[in-house]
Design a binder for this molecule. Structure first.
Ligand SMILES: [Fe+2]
Ligand SMILES: [Fe+2]
Length: 395
């Protein structure tokens, strides 16, 4: 057998140009040579016939075609040590390159990110669904099943876990509402203190724990039928709003929101009555404590009754709107009667007005008597019983 030139025996040897041409002319035989289907003597004969070269040349060409996968010197190609088919070993750095061929004939599919068009279509569907729900939930329609007047007692900020919570007043309200036919409640927010962040130090200044606060809130939220429960700033801290909503699953409430509750009550007889409740309407005035709800009643005259809390004082205002309908604005004081924050801030204490009851009389002949505000809950219950009896709905 003729001796091999050094470039042919070395797997990385540079193949001379004229040999590269000859190899190219015999490229149709390469797979058969590599797979062993074309024997050496048959290849010699074939190569001599087609190229007109001698045995030394065909021997070198055969060796190169048999042992090299690629006919150029590529570092990624190796000759197996112990015989067998040549294989290509991937370099490690190629694994993180998308769609790179790391072994002959093998590729892999890289997961494709969504196109921007798909992304926009999906975001559009999410927006439409969210916007429709917002419009649907903007107004809560409440159908009153019973005939005759009803009453809504708007409870001011309860702060049930505060040491300064006026429990005698709160119990009086809850008992009166729960035992009076046609009487319902509204909660203007701040059910518990629910201190957050640096304010959590204030738990040291109150004798009830967080857990006790949750149990007291549960008692309040499941003791009366609620027309609305507003989530005040205290309720919204931490995960307080979720806690209140979960408790309300065991109670009864038409709407619960951290924003503005817009409620339209429809009755078996008479025109609907609308209530707008918010923890605190925008706007303050040193000379007019009812400024926020009044401003809302003038700028957004959708409702008949505007009620808020938060500031722990009470006030009321009635005015006739441009449409000839009376509008009632009120802010309720709530039950936190001892408040170091208010003491230090210098706000004078109000001693009255923890809640306000609106008597709704949809069939009243006088426009001024469709709604009546009474600031004592027991007096309001008495008036409700009387006015229902007068209309033949109670004995
Ligand atoms: Fe409050
Ligand atoms: Fe508040």
């Amino acid at each position: 057998m003729p001796a091999l030139p050094k470039w042919a025996s070395d797997p990385r040897g540079k193949i001379p140009e004229k040999y590269e041409r000859w190899i190219e002319e015999l490229s149709d035989c390469r797979e058969d040579v590599r797979a062993g289907r074309l024997k050496k003597k048959d290849f010699d004969k074939l190569a001599r016939q087609r190229l007109g070269v001698g045995g030394g040349v065909t021997h070198a060409i055969y060796t190169v075609m048999r042992n090299r996968v690629q006919m150029t010197g590529d570092d990624d190609f190796r000759i197996p040590k112990h015989g067998g088919k040549p294989e290509r070993l991937p370099s490690l750095r190629s694994w993180d390159r998308e769609t790179e061929v790391f072994a002959e004939g093998l590729t892999w599919d890289h997961p494709q990110a969504d196109s921007v068009k798909d992304l926009i279509q999906r975001r559009t569907a999410v927006f439409k669904e969210k916007y429709e729900r917002k419009k649907r939930e903007k107004i809560t329609n409440v159908r009153v099943r019973m005939n005759g007047p009803i009453a809504i007692t708007h409870l001011g900020d309860p702060h049930v876990d505060a040491d300064g919570c006026n429990w005698p007043e709160l119990i009086k309200a809850v008992e009166t509402i729960s035992k009076t036919e046609g009487m319902y409640a509204g909660n203007i927010g701040d059910t518990t203190n629910n201190w957050v962040g640096s304010l959590q130090r204030l738990y040291a200044d109150q004798s009830s724990t967080f857990e006790e606060g949750v149990r007291l809130a549960e008692w309040l939220l499941t003791s009366v039928p609620w027309l609305y429960v507003i989530l005040g700033n205290h309720d919204s801290w931490n995960n307080g709003s979720t806690l209140v909503k979960q408790i309300l699953r065991r109670g009864s409430v038409a709407t619960c929101t951290a924003g503005t509750a817009r409620i339209e009550l429809t009755f078996p007889k008479g025109d609907p009555i609308r209530i707008m409740a918010k923890h605190d309407f925008k706007g303050t005035s040193s000379w007019n404590r009812i400024h926020g709800p009044m401003k809302a009643a003038k700028l957004d005259p959708w409702a008949d009754i505007y009620v808020s809390g938060h500031k722990h004082h009470w006030a009321q205002h009635i005015h006739e709107g441009m449409d000839g309908k009376p509008r009632y604005s009120m802010t309720v004081r709530g039950y936190k009667y001892c408040d170091a924050y208010a003491d230090v801030g210098g706000w004078y204490d109000h001693d009255l007005g923890s809640s306000c009851t609106t008597i709704l009389n949809p069939t009243a002949t006088s426009k001024t008597e469709r709604i009546r505000c009474i600031w004592d809950v027991e007096e309001a219950a008495e008036y409700l019983r009387w006015v229902r009896r007068r209309q033949g709905y109670a004995s």
